[in-house]
Write a protein that binds this ligand. Structure first.
Ligand SMILES: Cc1cc2nc3c(=O)[nH]c(=O)nc-3n(C[C@H](O)[C@H](O)[C@H](O)COP(=O)(O)O)c2cc1C
Ligand SMILES: CCCCCCC(=O)C(=O)O
Length: 303
C-alpha cells in the first residue's frame, strides 16, 4: 500500500487533512494527532488555526509534516507563519483557497460559537470581534482573512519560502490547469468538507475532470467523505495520488486521543488492503480506471 507524496514515502495513500482546533476534541490536541501520524508513517497537514503551535507540534514527533496556510490581510503575519513553519522543519505549504470568507454555518450562528484564541497568532494578532449576533468564528474570519487572495499571491508566497506549495480547494479543470501552469507542486481537490458553500459539487464527482486537466504534470490529492478503505480505492482509481481524511481523525482523537487516531488510520488501511486484494491489485499502482464505474457510466450502460 505504500506510496510517495512529493517524494516522501508513506505507508498508505492516506494523509491527515488540516482541521482546526484539535484541543476541542482532546486535551493533547494536534501533538497527539502528530504522534499518531508519525506512528502510522503518514503525513499530517497542520492547520494554521491549530490549538497547539507550529513549534509544539514540531517538537512532539519526528515526522514529515506539511503546514496549511490561511492568508491574512496582515501579510507580515502571514509571512511570519510561513517562516516559522519553514524554520521548524515543515516540508510543504498547503495553501487553502476556499475560505475568502467563512461559509454560513448555521449551527455556529445559533449556538453563538466562540472560538478559542488561535495559538499560532498569539502575540501577533489580537482582534476583538463582536459576536453578539452570531458566530464569533465567522466575524473573526471576516475581520482577519484576506478575501482578495488570488493567483498572483502564489508568486508572493514563492518569493518568501523555499517550501513547495500545494493549493487546497480546487474543484474545476480551469483552476487545475492554471495551478499546473503556474508551477505549484500539487493540488488538493477539496470543497472544505462541504463546510463552505452549499451546492458545491461532491469532490468525487469532479476528481476525474481535474486529473485529466492536469495530465500528470503535478500530483492530485483528494479529500471529502473518505470514510472507508473502499473510498480511498475509488479516489485512487479516478486518479488521485492519495487522500486526506478530516473528520474521521477528529472523531478518533475525541474518542481515544493518539491511540484513536492511529486506530482510525489502521481501520482505513485494513479496508483498503482488503479492497485491493479482492480487486486483484497487489500494489496501489495496480489500481486503475477500470476498477470503478461512475454514475454517468452506469446510466449510459442502461441506454
Ligand atoms: C472541524 C473541521 C475543521 C477544519 N479546519 C480546516 C482548516 O483549518 N484548514 C483547512 O484548510 N481545512 C479545514 N477543514 C477542511 C478539511 O481540511 C478537509 O478539507 C475536509 O474535512 C475533508 O472532508 P472530511 O471531513 O469529509 O474528510 C476543516 C474541516 C473540519 C471538519
Ligand atoms: C479565522 C478562523 C477560521 C477558522 C476556520 C477553520 C476552518 O477551516 C474550518 O472550520 O473549516
Amino acid at each position: 500500500m505504500s506510496t510517495t507524496v512529493l517524494g516522501y514515502n508513506i505507508s498508505a495513500p492516506i494523509m491527515i487533512a488540516p482541521t482546526a482546533l484539535h484541543k476541542l476534541a482532546h486535551p493533547e490536541g494536534e501533538a497527539a494527532t502528530a504522534r499518531a501520524a508519525a506512528a502510522s508513517k503518514t503525513i499530517m497537514i497542520l492547520s494554521t488555526t491549530s490549538s497547539c503551535t507550529v513549534e509544539e507540534v514540531a517538537s512532539s514527533c519526528n515526522a514529515v509534516r506539511f503546514f496549511q496556510l490561511y492568508v491574512y490581510k496582515r501579510r507580515d503575519i502571514t509571512a511570519a507563519l510561513v517562516h516559522r513553519a519553514e524554520k521548524n522543519g515543515y516540508n510543504a505549504l498547503v495553501l487553502t483557497v476556499d475560505v475568502p470568507r467563512l461559509g454560513r454555518r448555521e449551527a455556529d450562528i445559533k449556538n453563538k460559537m466562540i472560538a478559542p484564541r488561535l495559538k499560532n497568532l498569539e502575540g501577533l494578532l489580537s482582534i476583538e470581534v463582536d459576536s453578539n449576533s452570531g458566530s464569533n468564528l465567522e466575524a473573526y474570519a471576516k475581520a482577519t482573512m484576506d478575501a482578495s487572495l488570488c493567483w498572483k499571491d502564489v508568486e508572493w508566497l514563492r518569493s518568501i519560502t523555499n517550501m513547495p506549495i500545494l493549493i487546497k480547494g480546487i474543484l474545476t479543470r480551469e483552476d487545475a490547469i492554471k495551478a499546473a501552469e503556474i508551477g505549484v507542486a500539487g493540488i488538493v481537490v477539496s470543497n472544505h468538507g462541504a463546510r463552505q458553500l452549499d451546492y458545491s459539487p461532491a469532490t468525487i464527482t469532479v476528481l476525474e475532470e481535474v486529473v485529466h486537466a492536469v495530465g500528470g504534470k503535478i500530483p492530485v490529492l483528494f479529500d471529502g467523505g473518505v470514510r472507508r478503505g473502499t473510498d480511498v480505492f475509488k479516489a485512487l482509481a479516478l486518479g488521485a495520488q492519495a487522500v486526506l481524511i478530516g473528520r474521521p481523525v477528529v472523531f478518533g482523537l475525541a474518542a481515544k486521543g493518539e491511540h484513536g487516531v492511529k486506530r482510525v488510520i489502521q481501520m482505513l488501511k485494513d479496508e483498503l488492503e482488503l479492497a485491493m486484494a479482492l480487486s486483484g491489485c497487489p500494489s496501489v499502482k495496480d489500481i486503475n480506471r477500470s476498477h470503478v464505474r461512475t454514475e454517468r457510466e452506469r446510466l449510459l450502460s442502461m441506454l
